[in-house]
Design a binder for this molecule. Structure first.
Ligand code: S5P
Length: 479
């Protein structure tokens, strides 16, 4: 009987395209052959009612005992509402981002300290969203030991939540969805096999990409809710530690991209905006008059204003070649740049080569996990492989150039270029997001701003505006 109900729900979800097959990029950057977009349920009252009822029954059957319910924003909010109303259970609402005005509460609603709360979710992949919701609830004094989800993708979320003391009950599993759709001729056996293989290949059980295992102490709080001070303490790499400490001390997450072609100009800007930045980014190969004196002057300014230097060299060759590009030649980057960066395209050898030169000098590297330019190829599987490469050589790689948060490990620092005070594009494919979006919503840590500052009429005033916008976005995650 129960099976018939589940079968017809699965078929209905397929009909309304809440489940789709093809090639999709998930929030984590992973490419998936199946995608669930359960938001469309809101347009089908009978599906909503049935899903809410099945969630309720699953939670009761599992023996969950709770006083309050809370839906993971946003898709599960209406489901939690239906459960609350139909079964007379009080509900609380978790804000997705704490508002930077008004009451600044992460959890809205009335509850008592120690109340048990049932978390309701639509789809679980890694368990990250359920875990974050549990953290927000626990932060205000509630307790969480049960969660119920409509669909468990079977990629290890259940096990990870169990490690955190949360029992996850699911109404349907992905293998069940595949089996029903295949049985009713909605998907071919090859699509079914491909999707099953995908689940096997992407199960987060023992992996380095399990945040709780990468950094057990740090997993107590989501990365974005940790302060720069906390993260500085966790970092083992001295450069990462120093960068977070500077960000905390100077209250800035602004990096200035000094893409100017004369040394004099770079130094002038470094001196003027230096007090407002944590990092200055160079492209020394665009300088017409590069010299050793430039390097010593820039280093002196970095000391004077307490910022680090990042040479945006984007190494992308075999290990043996990048070794020379980094340590020798005209620029001798490893001698003066605290940080440089590399594309993951050559494979781990590029990092090993750079590390051979920069490791002993205490230098650090970022990997380009995503890019800001339109049509770039650093997406999906490529991004995922880049994250893995960073995790494997975290003694030298301290983070990413990216457009959104890639790793939940709080030791990895995320820097985002393509930032202006208003969204837009340039004529060559650059795409701009705002500081609020990059830090407050996309999960990045540092905004990298070039033309937004050096082309402004009053670069210092504008740099202060970027600093203020970036830092208040960070603060809004902590209120
Ligand atoms: O994906 C990227 C990666 C980088 S490092 N997109 C980028 O724009 N960058 C760099 O950030 C780029 O080389 C330039 O130095 C800076 C952005 O400059 P803006 O003038 O567009 O702010």
């Amino acid at each position: 009987m129960a099976d018939t109900r589940l079968d017809s729900l699965i078929l209905r979800l397929f009909d309304v395209e809440a489940v789709k097959f093809g090639s999709f990029t998930l929030k984590s950057g992973i490419q998936s052959p199946v995608y669930f977009d359960l938001r469309v349920m809101v347009s089908y009252p009978e599906i909503m009612a049935e899903v809410a009822e099945l969630l309720w029954e699953a939670s009761i059957k599992s023996g969950a005992d709770f006083k309050v319910v809370c839906g993971v924003p946003y898709t599960a909010l209406p489901l939690a509402t239906l459960i609350a109303v139909n079964h007379k259970k009080p509900m609380v609402i978790r804000r997705k981002e704490a508002k930077d005005y008004g009451t600044k509460k992460m959890i809205e609603g009335a509850f008592q300290q120690g109340d048990y709360c049932l978390i309701i979710e639509d789809v679980v992949t890694t368990g990250g969203s359920v875990y974050e919701t549990a953290q927000s609830l626990e932060a205000v004094g509630m307790k969480v030991r049960d969660a119920v989800v409509l669909l468990d993708r079977g990629q290890g979320g259940n096990g990870r939540l169990k490690q955190q003391g949360i029992n996850l009950q699911s109404v349907i599993t992905l293998p069940k969805v595949l089996q029903v759709l295949n049985h009713h001729g909605k998907i071919s056996s090859s699509v079914m096999a491909e999707t099953e293989q995908f689940i096997v290949d992407n199960t987060f059980t023992n992996g380095a990409n399990t945040p709780t295992q990468v950094q057990p102490a740090a997993a107590k709080k989501p990365r974005m809710q940790m302060t720069y001070e906390n993260r500085a303490e966790l970092c083992q790499h001295p450069v990462a530690k120093q960068l977070f400490s500077i960000m905390a001390a100077k209250k800035t997450n602004l990096a200035f991209s000094a893409d100017l072609t004369s040394c004099q100009k770079v130094l002038e800007f470094a001196d003027k905006v230096g007090p407002h930045i944590c990092l200055l980014k160079t492209h020394v190969d665009i300088l017409e008059d590069f010299s050793a004196e430039f390097v010593s002057s820039l280093t002196a300014l970095a000391d004077k204003h307490n910022f680090l230097i990042f040479e945006d060299r984007k190494f992308a060759d075999i290990g043996n070649t990048v070794k020379y590009q980094y340590g020798s030649g005209l620029y001798k980057i490893a001698d003066w740049a605290h940080i440089t960066n590399a594309h993951a395209v050559p494979g781990p050898g590029v990092i090993q080569g750079l590390k051979e030169v920069g490791g002993a000098k205490g230098r650090a590297c970022l990997l380009l996990g995503q890019m800001s330019s339109s049509g770039n190829l650093a997406t999906g599987e490529y991004t995922k492989a880049t994250i893995k490469m960073a995790e494997d050589q975290a003694d030298f790689v301290i983070g990413f150039i990216c457009t959104s948060g890639l790793s939940s490990d709080p030791r990895f620092i995320h820097m985002t270029p393509g930032v202006k005070l208003a969204e837009g594009t340039d004529s060559l494919g650059q795409q701009y997001l705002t500081p609020q979006k990059v830090i407050g919503q996309q999960g990045s840590d540092i905004i990298i701003v070039g033309r937004g500052i050096y082309q402004a009429d009053d670069p210092v005033e504008v740099a202060k505006m970027y600093k203020e916008a970036g830092f208040s976005a960070y603060m809004s995650l902590h209120s």
